[in-house]
Structure formats: structure tokens, C-alpha cells
Design a protein around this ligand. Sequence first.
Ligand code: RUQ
Ligand code: CUA
Length: 669
Amino acid sequence: MKHSFLKSITALTLIAVGLVWLQGCKPKGSQSAVSGNAAAKVYVAPGKYDEFYNFVSGGFSGQMSVYGLPSGRLFRVIPVFSVDPEKGYGYSEETKAMLNTSHGFVPWDDLHHIALSETDGVHDGRWVFGNGNNTPRIARIDLKTFRTAEIIEIPNSAGNHSSPFITENSEYVVAGTRFSVPIGDNQDVPINTYKQNFKGTVSFIGVDKTSGNMNIAFQILTPGINFDLARAGKGKSHGWMFFSCYNTEKANTLLEVNASQKDKDFIMAVNWKKAEEYAKAGKGVKKAVKYAHNLYDESKHMATSTIENEVLVLDPKDCPDMIYFMPCPKSPHGCDTDPTGEYIVGSGKLAAVIPVFSFTKIQAAIAAKNFDGDYDGIPVLKYDAVLHGEVQKPGLGPLHTEFDANGNAYTSFFVSSEIVKWNIKDLKVIDRVPTYYSIGHLCVPGGPTKKPWGKYVIAYNKITKDRYLPTGPELTQSAQLYDISGEKMKLLLDFPTIGEPHYAEAIPAELIMKNSQKIYKIEDNKNPYVTMGDNNARVERKGNEIHVYMTAIRSHFTPDNIEGVKLGETVYFHVTNMEQDWDVPHGFAVKGANNAELLIMPGETQTLKWVPEKTGVYPIYCTDFCSALHQEMQGYIRVSAPGANVPLTFSTGKTAPVVTEKKDTAKTK
Ligand code: RUQ
Ligand code: CUA
């Protein structure tokens, strides 16, 4: 969240702090902050497993990475919104559709937040969701395979930041727009008509209980403000969603000044059970929009993209008692609910206190119509009526709060660069530790759920400075692990991260590893281009296309010599990995191809498209060291001039070349 926040820090002069705060300060004693037994606490002996998986957003890398805790070891970078040549994601014909949008193929995004699926408010280890900020999207990753299984685009949104926060039975993930934008038929309007023409939306994306498949159940139209983060109610507040909002000034220029004018912005409380009823009762209006919905089919090993044309929009004007605003000091950022669901913690980036709201009081205030007027027709609850209390002098620049199972909250402070532990009931500060430097989000395993597993808090920092060996102008991004098993927090470990880490979640390893898939069964492979065994390997011409049906098994490709391709033709290599052993992918690459390799899992088929540019002989080879004779896993493809008299043949060296020239190959398609 380097974005709006760093800039808006100028307004901190309002709370009379010195210039040093503008950059975030450097805590003292950074060398001596680790106590003697820290190494033993993070040491995971060779061959032993970590206790937790840590899913960390990759920020502007567009990906999600997976670490072990407490070791901080990196296990995997899951390609989500960005192409990944290492895995062929977005380069293979089968995966390209995952990155389709209403703007066409968008091979990059900015992933900020993680949401693990939940059952009854507890992580269930089935899926993890991530948001794409830039071209608004939500992705679902299947934790059996650690692969992106689905991406849905969010219409009427821009800067999908307040996303993908999840409800306690994964009924919905939400998506609140950061930018308000013109909505509807005519979007070509002067920017300075912001106040009349720009609107916000928050979307509720339904998640199918069994398949996990997403659909946009409804959107709620809101005033033209900015949504930043969100959290679902839980337990007693299940059925509600809380969104932090800033720029209630509705500024459209120089927001760092103009959106910091008001003493209080809002947290928006949405009664989504009520919204569901309104949607069922036909109170919504179907609006024409365009958005992509991309699904990866596990049995075909192939993605399809569908463009959808409609979304159901609920206007609060037609739906009373659905949304309320609660005043929250000074540009709220984080908005977090405690494990009981009673307390909602707001974090004003420029505020000197942390306000804690009470769900019970919110309900009472709504019942008593204890309002402070309205904002664009939406009732504003009285601050004092809904406030549980304020944490006094907690630190500077509060951003995000996580919880342990013992009634404690942990809040990150960007400006004073620290984590502060405080008691939710009495709001007293218990402990504070410095972070190196300028922490953004933080994560306690299970911290946003009804059942925090506790043990650690991890800081995801915005600035690295002198913590690692220099690597030119940009240093590695950085996380830090603290022990929270005692009264005092203790720094244990620094570990580098991929991309800018924003939010992260951690879950006990046993909830995931028992379901982890080892292979794809070859007999279940429904890819239309599968090759079932070496005997079916072949090369076919279809019009202007050459289709190579190829198998890969230690340590050869079948076929491995191909001739008769003509310049001007497009070659599709459909490679099926025949292995049925865990952790034996084969790679596939061809010289000069302008995309990437394929990395094909056991039992899977993937396709590389290649358009040769010159006549000649091109090598192909396996890119993943798969056996002692991996280096022998290679072959050639010959490309001849368009008029050349070279028949289409293939061979493996075992038999004479097979001539496959056919005039009509339609039945094989
Ligand atoms: S943000 S550092 Cu983009 Cu979640 Cu708060
Ligand atoms: Cu297959 Cu190396």
C-alpha cells in the first residue's frame, strides 16, 4: 500500500510530529534485538517439516508465494495474475485463457490480499483467494494442487483493493472498489464532475460450497468514495461485512491533501443477509456490463474464458436498512473484526487513537435510530453510540490488526515502525516491538478467524534498507517473524519475500498437506490433445497447422525427429507427460520460440504454439532435470521452404520414419 498512504503522510504534520516520521523512523538498537535462543526456535532440521504454511501476497509481482513457518523457507510461487515462464503459465495454450479479461489478455496484476477459505469461521484448507487491484479480478487457488483454478473479473470497479475478504462459511468473498468511477452507459464525462457522476460499488461474489466456483451474486451501489479494506463479521456479527472508506470529501485531485480534510471518514457496515433478501425479492436492477470469468478444468488441463454481460445491482435507495456508516477517525485503512465478532477495529492512517466499535452497540444504535444525519441518504451512526472505546497513544500510523486466542490484538504501525499488542476488552497497551522497517500488514496464524492458532506474528515490511546485502538500487522485500507465545513479543527471524508483501495468512500444515495432490491420473486425462502412450504419438497437418501429439517419459520424447514442416505453418506441440510418479514433471522447449517453456505435470497434457521464422533444423529438449539421462531427452524439428518436397514424417530412432501426410485430418480434431 505504498500508493496513497505514503503520500498522505504529509498530513501527519497535523498531529505535530517531526519530519523524521515522514519516512517512517529507524528504530534504535536494531542489531541487538534478537535474544539468545531465537535460532533454535526457527530451526527446522533437514528433512523435517514446518508447522505452518504462510501464503503471502506478491504485490506488484501479481503472484502469491508460499513459505514455511517458522523457518521462513520459500516453497512455491503460485502464478496467479502474471505470466510465469518458469511454469509456462500464461504461455501454454491451455493456460492463456486464465488471463483473459474484458480488456483482452492482461498478463500482469497487483495482488494485495489473501483470504483462506473457512468453515464455521475456521480455516478449512480448501482454497485461497487473492485480489487483482489493477484490472479488478479475484482469483481462487485450489490448495490440492496449488494452482490458480478460477479468475473472475469485477465490473463497475477500479482498483479492486478492498478484496477478497471472506465470510465465515465462505459464502462470499467481497470486492470493494478503491476508485469511484463513472458507471453506466456514458462514462466519457469530465473528471471534475466527480461529485455528480462518480460512484462506488462493493461486490459480493458467491462461492459454491462444493466446487468453489465463483459468481457475482450482487453489487451494492455506494456514494463516490474510496474503499480500502474489509472484514466479515463472525459469530454474533455473522451476516455483516465492514468496509473501511476514505475520501468522503469526494476529492478527485491531490488526494493527499484534499482527502484528508475531514476529521472522520467512515466504516461502512453492510447487512449482507438483508442484501440477499433484497436480491431475492427482485429489488436489484440488472445492469449491462462486460466481465471475464475464467475457469481451469482439471480433467481437461485447460482453461476456458467466458464473457458475462450482466450484473445485479442493489441501490440503497430501494433497500432500506442494508448499509450504515460509522464515523472513523482520519482516513481509515485497516478494518478488522476480533475472533468473537463483537469488536470492529478501525485504523485511521492519520489518527492518534485506535477506535474499537462494538457490534452490540451498533445493533442498539440502529434499533434506536441513533443517527448523526445521513451521508448521501445513508444513515450515519453516532460515533459515541457505537464506540466500545479508543486505544490511547498506541503509536503512529496504525494500519492493520490481527488477534490471538487470548483476547489480545496486534496492530501494525507504519510511521512509528512497530507492532503494538493491546487488550481488546480494556484497550490497554501491553507491549510494543520495533519492525525493520515500516510495517504494512501483519499476520497471526488464524488471526482473522474465530480460532487463531497464535504462536507467531509476522510483519510484512515496506522498507528494507540495511537489513540485507545490497542488491543495487532495490533491496529484497522483507518479512519478520516474532514469537507471541509469552506476554512479550520476541523477534526471531528476518526472511526475504517475493514482490511487495501485503497481506498474508498462515494455516497449520496438516490442514493442507493431507489433501495435496501428487499426480494427475493419465486415464482421467480429458485434454482433447492427449496422447495415450507412445504408440499413439503422431504428427498431423491440418490446413496451415501442424499438430504434434507427443509423449514424454524418462528419458525421451516420442516423436523426437520431425520433418516436413513448411515455413508459414504454425506448429502446436501437445505434450503429454506419461509419468505417474510424484514430482516428475518434464519440461519442453524449442529454440527461438517467442513464448516460454512448458512444464508438464505427471499425467498432464500441455500445448506450446510455435511459428518458425526461418527454414532449418531446430532442437527441442526437456528443461527439467528428470533422470540420469535427462540431457539425452531431446530431439529435432526440421522446417523447409513452402514449396519443398519434404513429406511430413516423424521418428523415434527405433523404427523407420512414419509418413503421416494426410489430406483430411478433420476427424482427429
Ligand atoms: S494495503 S499496508 Cu494494499 Cu492491504 Cu495495508
Ligand atoms: Cu524430462 Cu528432463
